[in-house]
Design a protein around this ligand. Structure first.
Ligand SMILES: Cc1cc2nc3c(=O)[nH]c(=O)nc-3n(C[C@H](O)[C@H](O)[C@H](O)COP(=O)(O)OP(=O)(O)OC[C@H]3O[C@@H](n4cnc5c(N)ncnc54)[C@H](O)[C@@H]3O)c2cc1C
Length: 367
């Protein structure tokens, strides 16, 4: 087994580094053990805000671990190496040939080929581009901006602010070595994201001009068929980021494991061409969860429903609990859709779930 990455490890990756209960579960299933061996802070209390207002501070939440990807990804890289992967890092692979029964590529002087290849090369995936002509759909893609504040700065603790970016949220995540502040949302709806970040930093009391970095994130736009032929796509390359929470680490580890298991099973039956079918089937529950999340997303972000969401989140313990249990991996979006369908006025729910051309009146203005 060969692991190819254009970067050398340790390397930085733009990310809030929130490692949820769902990520812990995915890590345990993929690597064994409770937590990767990387420095982290653990928080069991959080402040939520929405559209410029603070909704409240909540204690006794399921723990969330806050890491730097530089050390987290190094731990995962070492775990893969310990499991027997030959590593080729520090050079971008060239001469990708993905058609046919033995995908191949070249790293420096070394030619590599195998009956199956898993493309886990992130949101701007060269493998997805080679297969499909582009790594993601620009109409669907998300974008996020972040700054890293030094250890001695103290913005306002650990918090998430819905709506800090349009159809997205902002975050303040404390780390062992400083604080990450950022925001992200659907790219097409945020033509002035830098201005939104400046406003968010000012609200959080951050002064000065910290260095801003940005990156796309595939905010709930999974590829229906995660690969082609003898190539499977995992993580961001397969579009696997939660469309509401923006969580992607858990889905990257989980899909990587499922792709590897599908590959192993297909190879052991001597039919590598079956790996993609197996993998797609294994990803079914994740795809369905993301479809449910996309259905719910307008309830949070659509201006017509926003006030009801804010009031509901502020006053209903169960809505907050659901969000946190979702992050912890204890609840799935299908459970939340069922609850919402039971509570929401029937005409609004129908409007959200109907195709746009079949809506009338207020409903037609919903996304
Ligand atoms: C600003 C921001 C904040 C986020 N915050 C969170 C968060 O707090 N919690 C969370 O769960 N998720 C978060 N996410 C999402 C999360 O970062 C991603 O979903 C996750 O990193 C996906 O993992 P991946 O392995 O698929 O891709 P990546 O982590 O991007 O890894 C891709 C790897 O491929 C390598 N690579 C790239 N191109 C090539 C190439 N051509 N050839 C070879 N190698 C290549 C890269 O060097 C890299 O090592 C955030 C995303 C952003 C942008």
């Amino acid at each position: 087994m060969a692991l190819v990455d254009r970067a050398d490890f340790p390397r930085d990756k733009l990310c809030g580094g929130a490692f949820s209960g769902r990520a812990q579960g995915a890590f345990a299933r993929a690597f064994g053990g409770e937590m990767p061996e990387a420095p982290h802070l653990t928080r069991s209390a959080i402040t939520f805000g929405a559209f410029g207002e603070t909704l409240g501070h909540f204690e006794d939440i399921p723990p969330i671990h806050l890491t730097m990807r530089r050390s987290l990804d190094l731990a995962l890289f070492e775990a893969a190496r310990a499991a027997g992967a030959r590593t080729f890092t520090g050079q971008a692979p060239e001469a990708l040939a993905l058609d046919g029964a033995r995908p191949s590529l070249r790293v420096g002087e070394t030619e590599l080929s195998a009956p199956l290849l898993i493309g886990a090369d992130g949101v701007s995936s060269g493998v997805a581009r080679a297969l499909f002509g582009r790594p993601f759909d620009p109409k669907e893609i998300g974008f996020a901006l972040e700054v890293e504040l030094p250890e001695d700065s103290d913005p306002t603790g650990f918090r998430i602010d819905f709506g800090a970016a349009a159809w997205g949220y902002g975050w303040v995540f404390p780390k062992t070595c400083g604080t990450t502040v950022g925001l992200g949302g659907i790219h097409a709806r945020n033509p002035k994201m830098r201005e939104s970040l400046a406003a968010y930093l000012a609200e959080r009391g951050v002064s000065g001009t910290p260095r801003i970095k940005g990156q796309y994130l595939p905010f709930g736009a999974p590829r229906r068929v995660p690969g082609a032929g003898h190539v499977l796509l995992a993580g961001d390359a397969a579009g696997l980021v939660d469309p509401i929470t923006g969580e992607g680490i858990a889905y990257a580890m989980e899909s990587g494991r499922l792709a590897a298991e599908a590959a192993e099973a297909a190879l052991s039956e001597g039919r590598p061409e079956r790996a993609l079918i197996r993998y797609r089937r294994a990803l079914g529950p994740t795809h369905r969860a993301m479809a449910h999340a996309r259905l719910i997303r307008p309830v949070l972000f659509q201006p017509l429903l926003r006030d009801a969401f804010v009031a509901g989140f502020r006053n209903s313990r169960s809505l907050k609990d659901d969000y946190l249990r979702l992050l912890a991996g204890e609840l799935e979006y299908a459970d939340i859709t069922r609850k919402l369908a039971a509570r929401m006025p029937r005409h609004i729910w129908r409007a959200l779930t109907l195709p746009r051309d079949k809506r009338h009146g207020i409903a037609a203005r919903l996304p």
